[in-house]
Design a protein around this ligand. Structure first.
Ligand code: GLN
Length: 542
């Protein structure tokens, strides 16, 4: 029997609902339950794929090729359950579906309305494909009171009613601000937010309170009284030193106990949090520290590099060191005498990116790493820029570039219009819509036996997630290999370069995919583990 937990947010946004949902999923797993996590996003974009990283943060790509909200990354990092395209839906997708049905005549002449047609489509999404999961944790994006969120709240209200209390639970996450001049925590915003929720017919069963100061007995009692829940269902969520401390902290505050009590699962054995305690012990007591320079474009909104930053932390956990990230705007490296910004780093990482701005700076950073023998990790765009450096400065193709920036003499990175996925041929054109025209999701690659990357993975067959329009041009392979750049990973048909490396460099690897999407604190990605290890080596030399 699958139980559904709905998580809403109140008072302000950015309270960490996604993390809260992920941590609750992890806690239920420590009690032996299986979970699925889902997110309902109220915006009208069909998916976040076309949204600016400055506004929306990272686009998280699932193995089955969906471009989703970054919260799905938290879900996967905390639970290890691979997210799927059906785990994230937006208002845009729901309406798209409803309107397509209307055009097909599926509604048999009925007047198509938000209730019941839109709400039914939302409910179908929540219930679809849950398999035999014990729990589905469903986060509702946005804040209660937003106009866009109303159809979602109405849909989960109906679901709560249909499933009954024994199969549904509503958790509301709010902020309890501390007013310095009064020296007090204020519960009023929470009370108002719950009123708002009651106005759409949802009585929360539990309230999780984000607060900077501990909630005293009084505040707790007040919230319980005014919001109509028992005191033990008011859970305080104080700030913690690492996101991986959240499961332990929520457990200490009784979150999972209260959830189990609600569902009458009190006889379940005590949870085993040793994995999380082990991770935190390593994060809190590292043996040393390394600095990684991340040369990117969206460094003013670090949410754009969420999975990347986490994967570096995981690489640190694997090596028992703290990884300090030095965020560097790529454009710096387009100015003379800028190499000094890279002098003190133990590794250079050029992450994924789009567009011409900053690209030359990234090529310069790759060149610096190659010439100075500093560990280099190029991810997607970072691989493409390293290939441009090799072409120009090792193979003598001065006119080398990427067609992403316009025509060039030697398109060592170019738009490929046709490729295969298993048995099927996939196509894109240069003037296609921007949404959904990339090579997206998991693809296999074959690694060159004996290469560095084959040693890192410990295998020669891998599968990694992609999100890009351009590909390294295989027609330049021979020229570039002659110049010293080994193509150590290829698509099974040998057409798409997936990994490049220099055998004569301590650690220089470029990958066309996004390994950061698969890394977990309890299972660090081999490339991040090995890259941080190489940075540790480098720190010994400096
Ligand atoms: N802009 C490049 C492309 O589309 C790289 C994309 C990325 O780094 N994710 O191919």
């Amino acid at each position: 029997m699958t139980r559904f937990i709905f998580i809403t947010g109140g008072v302000v946004s950015s309270l960490g609902k996604g993390l809260g949902a992920a941590a609750l999923g992890a806690l239920l797993q420590t009690r032996g339950y299986t979970v699925r996590l889902r997110k309902l996003d109220p915006y009208l974009n069909v998916d976040p794929g076309t949204m600016s990283p400055y506004q929306h943060g990272e686009v998280y790509v699932t193995d089955d090729g969906a471009e989703t909200d970054l919260d799905l990354g938290h879900y996967e990092r905390f639970t290890g359950v691979p997210s799927r395209s059906g785990d994230n839906v937006t208002t845009g997708q729901i309406y798209w579906q409803v309107l397509a049905r209307e055009r097909r005549g599926d509604y048999l002449g009925a007047t198509v309305q938000v209730i019941p047609h839109v709400t039914e489509a939302i409910k179908d999404f929540v219930r679809a494909d849950v398999g035999d999961a014990d729990f589905v944790i469903c986060e509702i994006g946005g804040t209660v009171g937003d106009i866009e969120g109303l159809p979602f709240l109405e849909a989960i209200r109906q679901l709560g009613n249909e499933l009954g209390r024994e199969r549904s639970l509503f958790i509301h996450l709010t902020l309890v601000p501390y007013i310095t001049s009064a020296g007090e925590l204020k519960t009023k915003p929470t009370q108002h937010s719950v009123k708002e929720l009651l106005g759409v017919g949802i009585q929360p069963d539990m309230i999780v309170c984000r607060a900077e100061q501990p909630l005293g007995r009084d505040a707790r009692r007040k919230i319980a009284l005014f919001c109509n829940i028992r005191e033990s269902a008011v859970i305080q969520a104080l700030d913690v030193d690492s996101i991986y401390a959240v499961p332990r902290s929520y457990h200490a505050e009784g979150l999972d106990d209260e959830v189990c009590r609600h569902f009458a699962l009190e006889n379940a054995g005590p949870p085993d949090l040793s994995v999380w305690d082990g991770i935190m012990a390593r994060i809190r007591h590292p043996d040393g520290e390394v600095t990684i320079g991340v040369v990117g474009k969206y460094t003013s909104l670090l949410d754009s590099y969420k999975s990347l930053a986490e994967a570096l932390t995981h690489g640190g956990v694997a090596n028992n060191v703290r990884v300090k990230i030095k965020w560097l705007d790529a454009e710096i490296f387009e100015r003379p005498d800028s190499a000094c910004h890279l002098e003190d780093v133990h590794g250079i990482l050029v992450p994924g990116g789009f567009g011409e701005r900053g690209a030359e700076g990234k090529v310069a950073a790759a060149r610096f790493a190659r010439e100075r023998k500093v560990p280099y990790f190029g991810i997607c765009f970072g691989m493409q820029m390293a290939v441009i450096d090799a072409a120009r400065n090792l193979a003598g193709l001065t006119g080398a570039g990427s067609t992403e920036f316009g025509p060039c003499e030697h398109p060592v990175v170019g738009l490929l219009t046709e490729w295969t996925r298993g048995e099927t041929v996939e196509r894109r054109t240069s003037d296609a819509d921007k949404g959904g025209t990339m090579r997206l999701g998991g693809y296999p690659a074959e690694l060159l036996a004996g290469s560095k990357v084959a040693r890192v993975y410990g295998t020669t067959r891998i599968r990694e997630r992609h999100r890009h329009r351009y590909e390294v041009n295989v027609n330049y392979r021979a020229t570039l290999e002659e110049a010293g750049l080994t193509f150590s990973g290829m698509s099974p048909d040998g057409q798409l370069p997936e990994i490049v490396e220099y055998s004569a460099h301590p650690w220089f690897i470029g990958v066309q995919f996004h390994p950061e999407l698969r890394s977990k604190p309890f299972d660090p990605h081999p490339l991040f583990r090995a890259f941080v290890d190489a940075a540790v080596e480098q720190s010994r030399l400096m």
